[in-house]
Design a protein around this ligand. Structure first.
Ligand code: FEO
Length: 394
């Protein structure tokens, strides 16, 4: 248990060993934390629990902090297993304690744990008096599940935002002003790009709705990573930027290669972009060697991407196909793209990539470029010109 304010304590779990999340969908190279919060006023409320493998440890440590029978309310802001996983272990101890959640939250808890617990459904504007402080619930559907809600605590002026504003970032320092800011902000952006960007229109609507409510916010306490204590509106402003067709002056080239021909094309294209637009940041990634979620984060922050694959059995490399599938899910807006690749006979890859990029919402600006067998100096010069033309089209 770590004190955050006079009334609020962190009772979560830091997971130093977590390397992937959602199966293997999301890499978590910096670990993560499952933040649970205890509010002790005249009444006591617990906000969220921790992931299932840590359920016994969670309940055991909670018992050291408080007589569990003194918990009057459990608030479940979101019920994915990383936050609701310890509910069964906790409810074995205090089976009648009311669980406050959205209607969809109740359905998800019932669907996961098949228990007839004491649910209290709440919606935006509903309140719960704890004594000197009041909790106000704010539904936030699809940030990032249908059940999600935020809980605002008056007095301490804390927004408990669950996954929103979170980062998969394990640290002993609870607060944003106590960590390596650049490292932590990268994890916040990676989290947004990979988990929330699909729902950017809802993010914009919800953040603006909360800003219009005029709540005074001293802290934002998410369910993963650090608490935003110093200048908490900074991450809110970043979310508004990220949700609005975010793009830096960056072009990211993502390729795979069998015998280095597509790699040579990627590097020549990069040279062409740099010559045509020296101020543009150009980054190159081999999709079969680099972390897929870091690649997606780079695509998220780019104004345009180029994707290259050799043609393999009339199709694409599995790594490029995988990135294309994930890009389709992210629904990034306002980005341009083109394709390239080497081939030996059919040469389908650039066309297939272009089709899939268009289907994923990219504006494909040309027909792509392909090269038979290994590119010679003339072919590399054509790739360089292709890169320059692409830069000039942005
Ligand atoms: Fe951190 Fe959507 O669970």
């Amino acid at each position: 248990m770590k004190k955050i304010t006079e009334k609020v304590s962190w009772v979560g779990k830091i997971d130093w060993e977590l390397t992937s999340f959602h199966g293997d969908e999301l890499s978590t190279k910096k670990g993560s934390s499952y933040n649970s919060y205890l509010i002790q006023d005249t009444k006591t409320a617990l906000i969220d629990t921790v992931w299932l493998p840590y359920d016994k440890e969670f309940v055991s440590k909670l018992k050291q902090a408080i007589d569990l029978k003194k918990i009057d309310y459990i608030i479940m802001n979101h019920n994915e297993i990383d936050h609701s996983g310890s509910l069964p272990e906790l409810m074995r101890e205090i089976p009648n304690t009311p669980i406050y959640c959205t209607k969809k939250g109740e359905a998800i808890i019932r669907g996961h744990y098949h228990q007839d617990w004491n649910f209290v459904n709440v919606k935006t504007g509903d309140t719960l008096e704890l004594g000197e402080t009041t909790l106000t619930f704010i539904e936030a559907p699809m940030l990032h599940w249908p059940d999600t809600m935020f809980t605002y605590m008056s007095g301490d002026n804390i927004l408990f935002s669950n996954d929103g504003f979170g980062q998969h970032y394990a640290t002993e320092s609870l607060f944003n002003d106590c960590v390596d800011e650049a490292e932590m902000m990268y994890e916040a952006e990676k989290y947004y790009a990979n988990i929330l960007s699909t729902y950017s229109p809802m993010v914009t609507r919800k953040v603006n709705e909360i800003l219009k409510m005029g709540l005074s916010i001293n802290m934002i306490c998410p369910s993963h990573g650090v608490i935003w204590r110093e200048n908490p509106t900074k991450i809110v402003e970043r979310y508004l930027q990220w949700a609005n067709s975010f793009a830096e002056d960056q072009v990211t080239i993502i390729y795979d290669t069998m015998w280095q021909s597509t790699r040579k094309m990627a590097e020549a294209i990069a040279n062409g972009i740099r010559k045509a637009s020296p101020s543009t940041t150009v980054k190159i990634y081999n999709a079969s060697k680099e972390d897929k979620n870091d690649i997606l984060t780079q695509a998220f922050q780019s104004k345009a991407i180029l994707m290259g694959s050799p043609t393999i059995n009339f199709g694409l490399s599995y790594a490029i196909a995988g990135i294309l599938e994930m890009l389709h899910g992210l629904k990034l807006k306002g980005k341009k793209a083109a394709a390239f690749g080497s081939y030996g006979w059919s040469g389908d890859a650039p066309k297939l990539i272009s089709e899939r990029l268009a289907h994923a919402g990219f504006e494909v600006v040309n027909d792509g470029i392909k090269n038979l067998w290994v590119p010679n100096q003339d072919a590399l010069a054509q790739c360089e010109q292709f890169g320059a033309d692409f830069a000039n089209a942005l």
